[in-house]
Design a protein around this ligand. Structure first.
Ligand SMILES: NC(=O)c1ccc[n+]([C@@H]2O[C@H](COP(=O)([O-])OP(=O)(O)OC[C@H]3O[C@@H](n4cnc5c(N)ncnc54)[C@H](O)[C@@H]3O)[C@@H](O)[C@H]2O)c1
Length: 351
């Protein structure tokens, strides 16, 4: 088992290994304490893994309640958020109790935002069951929900007390959900670690523990330097400017990871056109995305993508920060004027 310590506004461990689901009760008892535990999960994950978590918590004397919501991005909204807050109040959960997010990024983001806001903050444990959640969303403290205008427009920075990643749960992931996670691990390689990127030439699913641990280390490094996204943390948004626009335009029919993959390809084509990176960097990225069955373009037009981007929260007045690769393993932040956005996207979608 790997343990990675995160020193942010809260210090906590990320444990990565097989079988952690059955040890969760004991580990949560030691770290978070409390009398009651609320399992927050979606209907798919509930069927597969909630009972093992329930039994493990019960063995460790927790009063357990479960909040199960319909799977998918469309549940990450204000309605589910308010229902979950009401549920905690009805169950008389108090500040020393613990909310446990069991599932992918949707369960984690939603439960985390509720944990941050219910009674101004209750204890919170992340148990990621998708590759994307394991390497990205469960670590670093970003929580939130979508509003009609865009992704993650309401949220809070709220670090968990513990992250337990039972890698054996990833074995039941549908292939397209596994691919979503591949997009985020490719992103981490692109922004921070060329050797890691190269290592994906060996299939990611044959080296999961190693890949997850290195990806968590990369995210830790960035979060510890810039927890509240004043600068360096924005690098993690590589592919997300265009990616979020694709998600929004598709009304979330295109998943986050697939949208980010297309976003990275488009932003890198634009970078090549602007002489920020060379042709090999672009070719290597496209080849890696295609190897993992991820999209490298979109059928949306530059003007509609630009409009959707501008409803995104990452706009700052008349400028917006985009992330462009300089080479594999090294990306840079670049302030652009909103008036330039459409032409940059146009460069990126023209093959
Ligand atoms: N907070 C952050 O820093 C951060 C970072 C990246 C992404 N995100 C967010 O994460 C979300 C996407 O996360 P996701 O891709 O995990 O989506 P998700 O949570 O919707 O999970 C994808 C699907 O996989 C199913 N599933 C989950 N675990 C399973 C398992 N072990 N076996 C079988 N099926 C399983 C779910 O039921 C769901 O249908 C987006 O909302 C995105 O904005 C947040």
């Amino acid at each position: 088992m790997e343990t990675i310590k995160i020193n942010a506004s809260k210090t906590y461990d990320v444990l990565i290994g097989a079988g952690l689901l059955d040890e969760a009760g004991e580990l949560i008892r030691k770290t978070a304490g409390g009398n009651a535990a609320v399992i927050v999960t979606d209907d798919n994950v509930a069927k597969l893994y909630a009972k093992r978590l329930y039994d493990s918590l019960a063995k460790n004397s927790y009063r357990i309640t479960q909040f199960v919501f319909p799977h998918g991005e469309s549940s990450k909204n204000a309605k589910t958020f308010l229902s979950l807050l009401d549920f905690l109040a009805e169950e008389k959960i108090n500040r020393s109790d613990v909310v446990v997010a069991l599932g992918g990024g949707v369960a984690g983001d939603l439960a985390g935002f509720v944990a941050a806001t219910y009674m101004r903050g209750v204890r919170f444990v992340q148990m990621p069951t998708t590759l994307l959640a394991a390497v990205d969303s469960s670590v670093g403290g970003k929580t939130g929900i979508n509003l009609k205008a865009g992704k993650n427009l309401a949220g809070a920075f709220y670090q968990p007390d513990l992250v337990l990643c039972d890698i054996s749960t990833l074995s039941t992931l549908p292939p397209e959900v596994f691919r979503d996670g591949c997009a985020e691990v490719i992103k981490h390689g692109m922004i921070a670690d060329r050797l890691l990127f190269e290592s994906y030439k060996t299939p990611i699913n044959t080296q999961l523990d190693k890949v997850i641990a290195r990806n968590v280390e990369i995210k830790r490094g960035i979060v510890m330097e810039d927890e509240f996204e004043k600068g360096k943390r924005k690098l993690l948004n590589f592919g997300h400017t265009v990616g979020h626009a694709i998600e929004l335009l598709s009304e979330y029919e295109i998943s986050h990871g697939h949208a980010v993959a297309a976003g990275m390809a488009i932003e890198t084509r634009a970078a090549f056109d602007m002489d920020l990176c060379d042709e090999k960097c672009l070719a290597d990225l496209l080849q890696m995305l295609e190897k993992y069955g991820l999209p490298v373009n979109t059928s949306y037009k530059a003007d509609e993508l630009a409009r959707a981007c501008l409803s995104d929260k990452k706009r700052d007045g008349e400028t917006l920060t985009m992330i462009f690769p300089l080479e594999i393993g090294n990306c840079a932040l670049k302030e652009i004027n909103v008036t330039e956005l459409e032409s940059i996207i146009q460069k990126g979608i023209s093959a």
